[in-house]
Structures are given as structure tokens and as C-alpha cells.
Design a protein around this ligand. Structure first.
Ligand code: NAP
Length: 193
């Protein structure tokens, strides 16, 4: 497995994919880390780990992939290519205790829209998908007391999304006709207000 927080490895992952498949049509920046807790007394190491994956990793893979995506959009059979950045409801709404996770996901949303404007007329579509609560291992990295205070009460009252709900969204975004670009898709559990 390639670790995208290492720029050389992120670039190698992209190059290896192009070598194997002959071209690159789609990049989904999904890797992410959510370590919640107050800013006061925070462990700065947790902040650095989140910024490394959610921000720097996304930048490294995107920078490496964009030239290949532009090429696929220019001369590939689909004549369009896609980047889907997995952000979060935390990229739209800030909550107490989510500070640095909010920072990274608000940043992903801003970067995504900027890049969309840069490359959309060359038919690389760039969009952001913002899930609410999904049943994955994301919360397993939180400290037990954080899980108990901030996550378990939410899980007790909410029928959260399945990973397949997010995969459906990604599939929708990358299978639109060439002239239609989904710049933003916000998928929420119906239970989540
Ligand atoms: N679950 C939710 O409720 C929720 C809600 C909104 C948004 N999101 C977003 O959805 C995305 C996917 O998260 P998830 O919920 O599926 O969490 P997850 O189950 O913890 O999966 C995170 C994924 O990121 C990978 N990853 C972490 N650090 C990496 C690194 N340095 N290099 C390469 N891969 C790395 C992990 O790989 P390994 O397992 O091999 O480490 C894992 O496949 C994240 O961007 C998250 O912020 C999740």
C-alpha cells in the first residue's frame, strides 16, 4: 500500500496506475482521518496527522494525477475525466470539538472549487462529495472518551449511511454525460438533522 502523506509514494501510486492501465480517467481522493476533541489542551501531533492525510495527501495525489487526467480528457475515448474529493458535512458546518477536522474539510471544499474553475474547460470535472455519518472505521481512531462523548450519542439516535451510499454518489458523479459536471454532492443520513 502507498502512503499518500509521503509525496514520492503518492506520485508513485499515480504513475503505477497509469503504467498498469494505460491512462487515468478518475481520481477519488478518499483517504482521511478524523481526530476530534477540544482545541484547548489538544495534542498537536493529532492535528499534524490530520493535516498530513486530509490536506497534504490530497494535494500530492491531485498534483500527480492532473496532467494524466488532462491527457485522458483530451484524447481518451470518454473525452472527459474526473476528480472526486471526499470532503464531509464538516466541510460545510463547523461544530465545537471538530476544529481541525473542520479546517481540513473546509479547505478541501475551497481547493476543489478553485481547481474546478482551472480545468473544467479542458473537460476535467472536479467535484466534492460531502457525506454525513457513514458506517466505517473513521471513528475507531478517536480516543475512547471522545468516542463516548461525541460519537456514541449520535450513533444511538441515527441510522447512519452505508459505504455503498457514498460509492453510489461517486458513481453518479463520474458517469454524467460529458457536458454535465456535478461540482458538489451532499449525502446525509435521513435521520441526521
Ligand atoms: N465515516 C464518516 O462518517 C464520514 C463522514 C464524512 C466524511 N468522511 C470522509 O470519508 C473519507 C473516507 O473515510 P472513512 O469514513 O471510510 O474512514 P476509514 O474507514 O477510517 O477509512 C479511511 C481510509 O483512508 C486510508 N488512509 C488513511 N491514511 C492514509 C495514508 N496516509 N495514505 C493512504 N491511505 C490512507 C485508510 O487506509 P488504511 O486503512 O490502510 O490505513 C482507509 O482506507 C475520509 O476522507 C473521511 O473524512 C467520512
Amino acid at each position: 500500500m502507498r502512503v499518500i502523506t509521503d509525496r514520492a509514494q503518492a506520485e508513485a501510486a499515480v504513475e503505477q496506475t497509469v503504467e498498469h492501465f494505460g491512462r487515468l480517467d478518475t481520481l477519488v481522493n478518499n483517504a482521511g482521518l478524523m481526530l476530534l476533541g477540544p482545541v484547548v489542551g489538544a495534542d498537536a501531533e493529532e492535528w499534524e496527522r490530520m493535516i498530513a492525510v486530509n490536506v497534504k495527501g490530497l494535494l500530492y495525489t491531485t498534483r500527480a494525477a492532473v496532467p494524466h487526467l488532462l491527457q485522458a480528457a483530451g484524447d481518451g475515448s470518454r473525452r472527459v475525466a474526473d476528480i472526486v474529493n471526499i470532503s464531509s458535512i464538516a466541510g460545510r458546518v463547523a461544530w465545537n470539538g471538530y476544529g481541525v477536522y473542520n479546517l481540513t474539510k473546509f479547505g478541501v471544499n475551497g481547493f476543489t472549487e478553485s481547481l474546478r474553475q482551472e480545468v473544467t474547460q479542458r473537460h476535467v470535472r472536479v467535484g466534492v462529495l460531502e457525506p454525513g455519518g457513514v458506517n466505517t472505521e473513521l471513528d475507531s481512531h478517536n480516543r475512547p472518551e471522545i468516542h463516548g462523548e461525541m460519537i456514541q450519542p449520535f450513533l444511538d439516535t441515527t441510522e447512519i449511511l452505508a459505504p455503498e451510499d457514498i460509492a453510489d454518489g461517486v458513481t453518479y458523479m463520474v458517469t454524467r454525460p460529458r457536458h454535465a459536471s456535478i461540482a458538489e454532492l451532499w449525502i446525509m443520513p435521513t435521520d441526521q438533522a
